[in-house]
Design a protein around this ligand. Structure first.
Ligand code: PTT
Ligand code: SF4
Length: 633
């Protein structure tokens, strides 16, 4: 067992020791709550510098995704090749990240996506982000391309570009292990596996043997820069306007979470509870989203996981530790989440959780996004069924799925085609496969099939990174509110959810306390007020989230100059064309005309035109004054 793993991962509450200093100490240094500094590192030249930002930048964009979107908008020339040295790779924290308050260990990793060509980001729970904050930075921005494999080592103000030739070819677990041996178990590390090295378009960034993020190919961007890993060590303190009160409010927040009625169940099965729920609601992706129920669902649900469970793992500063670690069929530890189990289980017709866990572990080792991986595997199996592949890939075959995972990571044979994602794979193999290439804007759909939920289909259609559920999982609400309706209440609810969830991407904390155990959301403005000394409310948060959402939209439109239309916000054709053939909602599918009307309703409410482009007035209201000119408005 890895020494870091045994000591840290198996504990139930993960705290990074952070000293909070008072206002008096910090007054002369600048901002409170934020560090006020970015580190910019150029891998081509080996140069680095520290960049400061203004308090108005901080309050307009808060942090995390807000900082990343603004930085990319301001600094990335339109048309930049995502895998070129010119692309920018941003690792950003929020102003709450690292403080001892609930679930505050989240890192946003963002870039122009090689999978979609638009704005891309993801969210990882990692000690690296706590170390980054303690080292004095709110973000690390990486540009250029190293001549040879490199590790970026940041220790407070010191930055080194180290030869990592010996690490190239290792998987992400081996890489971390090696680096912890050198830098100690407290060092924060993010790395890529073979998927990122070989520029698999849905490669992600991995940390702590089972935390992974950056679905739209952030790992490939890292690989294209020859950047194998970043190691961060920070010895500084975080500044807060009211440190004592912040600490007390953090402790009260933890107590509230512990007292929530569903806390114990959550700890027991975490996100895996969704398998049964999705199956009951005809939303469990099965055989490449053809069906919403899976005959073997109970073999891959949370209770099945309990039979092979060995521990819980989690992110820093979290007392909800939702990662279910199980022993996989090969005897290795594998950390499961709902999305991974549904995509590598029911979506490929595989009903053996220990085998699903092997595929899940491979995804983490190779650094491949497990959602897109399950999606391309399902696509390959359907292509095989339709005689569109040279080799056969039968539904539910663990053996074939495992081999394909390896071929994708190393870009061998048909794996090389699949490594481009389903949009490109469908264009290559033809045969009508675009009908069941399950993506929006090039990003593969996450683990909910939408024949019976138009609002959730709209959530995928309008997500700011492509078909990801994270910005608006409105499914549970929708199934209890006239699920087949295309009424405008769906657009209203979706917009409110997109903003609320966007706030978490900016604050740098996990949304699960609020979303999954009902933690009072009023804690968050209170925390930010105590940290920064400025008064925050949810209204102010929502305005920032709307600003950032529109900026990400503008980024997409700028990159798709002249090609942008409302078609970009359409979910995959399958949901309109192929009704469910099994289960209680058999015969259901989406209606194209009604979806188009719902989409127009959504645009109107957002202040966008009929093509989904924000109007000049909307952009002005949000203070995005340079955007209209760049979009030719
Ligand atoms: C996220 C996406 C998700 S969403 C899951 S399971 W989920 C998959 N996890 C993967 C994985 O694991 N390994 C892998 N190789 N690929 C994976 N792809 C998928 O990636 C994750 C949790 C989860 S578990 C979710 S919903 C919540 N997401 C949050 C979010 O987005 N923002 C936020 N402020 N808080 C969140 N809390 C929850 O975090 P992406 P993690 Mg992930 C192993 O990365 O790109 O955002 O896609 O980060 O630390 O593993 O925590 O049922
Ligand atoms: Fe990480 Fe889960 Fe805790 Fe959120 S609830 S911080 S995803 S362990």
């Amino acid at each position: 067992m890895h020494p870091f793993g045994s000591l840290v991962f198996s504990t139930l509450l993960f705290f990074e020791e952070v000293v909070i200093v008072s206002e008096a100490f910090y007054r002369c240094h600048g901002m409170l709550g934020w560090n006020g500094k970015f580190l910019r590192a150029n891998l081509s030249t080996g140069a680095f510098n520290t960049q400061t930002y203004s308090s108005s930048f901080a309050s307009s964009f808060i942090g995390g995704r807000g900082f990343a979107a603004k930085f990319l908008w301001d600094n990335l020339p339109r048309g930049t090749d995502p895998l070129s040295p010119q692309n920018l790779l941003i690792f950003a924290a929020g102003p709450l990240t690292g403080f001892p308050l609930p679930n505050s260990g989240k890192l946003v990793v963002a870039s122009k996506s090689p999978l979609t060509g638009g704005y891309g980001d993801g969210n990882i729970g990692t000690f690296a982000v706590v170390q980054m904050r303690k080292a004095g930075y709110d973000a690390i921005i990486v540009e250029g391309k190293a001549e040879k494999p490199t590790v970026l080592h940041v220790k407070d103000g010191a930055v080194e570009f180290l030869d990592a030739t010996n690490l190239w070819g290792l998987n992400s677990f081996e890489t971390e292990k090696h680096l912890h041996k050198t830098y100690g178990r407290a060092a924060g590390i993010v790395s890529i596996g073979q998927g990122g090295e070989n520029l698999v378009k849905f490669a992600c960034v991995v940390s702590q043997e089972g935390r992974a993020g950056g679905r739209p190919g952030m790992g490939a961007v890292m690989g294209s820069k020859n950047l194998k890993a970043i190691v961060i060590e920070g010895t500084g303190s975080l500044s807060a306007a009211h440190p004592k009160e912040l600490k007390e409010a953090g402790a009260a927040g933890y107590r509230e979470i512990l007292g929530r009625p569903n806390y114990k169940t959550w700890k027991r099965i975490g996100t895996l509870g969704t398998v049964d729920w999705a199956n009951l609601n005809s939303a469990l992706p099965t055989c490449n989203y053809r069906e919403g129920i899976f005959a073997q669902a109970e073999n891959i649900n949370g209770f099945s996981a309990e039979a092979i469970k060995v521990s819980n793992r989690g992110c820093p500063n979290c007392n909800m530790t939702c990662g279910n670690v199980v022993k996989d069929a090969a005897g290795k530890d594998s950390e499961l989440d709902y999305e991974n189990v549904a995509m590598l289980g029911s979506n490929i017709g595989l009903g053996d959780l220990a085998e699903v866990s092997v595929l899940n572990r491979l995804a983490d080792e190779f650094g491949l996004d497990a959602i897109s991986l399950g999606n391309v595997l399902g696509f390959a199996m359907e292509a095989s069924e339709n005689g569109l592949t040279q080799d056969k890939y039968p539904w539910g075959s663990f053996k074939h799925a495992k081999l394909l995972c390896e071929d994708i990571a190393y870009r061998r044979g048909f794996g090389d085609v699949l490594a481009e994602g389903v949009r490109v794979a469908a264009a290559k193999i033809g045969g009508g496969s675009a009908n069941w290439a399950m993506h929006v804007k090039g990003l593969e759909v996450s683990a909910y099939t939408c024949q019976t939920v138009p609002g959730m289909a709209l959530a995928y259609g309008t997500s700011p990174i492509g078909a990801h559920h994270k910005d608006a999982w409105i499914l549970a609400w929708e199934t209890t509110h006239d699920r087949f309706s295309y009424g405008e209440e769906k657009a209203d609810y979706l917009i409110a959810t997109q903003h609320a969830r966007g706030v978490f991407e900016c604050l740098g904390v996990c949304r699960f306390p609020m979303v999954n155990v009902g933690f009072n959301r009023e804690w968050y403005p209170k925390y930010l007020t105590l940290a920064t000394g400025e008064e925050y409310t949810w209204d102010a948060f929502n305005l920032v989230a709307e600003r950032v959402f529109n900026l990400m939209r503008a980024f997409w439109i700028r990159e798709h100059n002249g090609e942008w239309s409302s078609q970009m916000d359409s979910p995959p054709p399958r949901w309109f064309n192929d009704p469910l053939t099994e289960g209680p909602l058999k015969g259901s599918k989406l209606n194209r005309q009604k979806y188009a009307e719902l989409l127009q309703n959504y645009y109107n409410k957002r202040g966008w035109d009929k093509n989904g482009v924000p109007t000049k007035e909307t952009l002005k209201r949000l203070g995005l004054s340079d955007v209209p000119l760049q979009l030719g408005l």
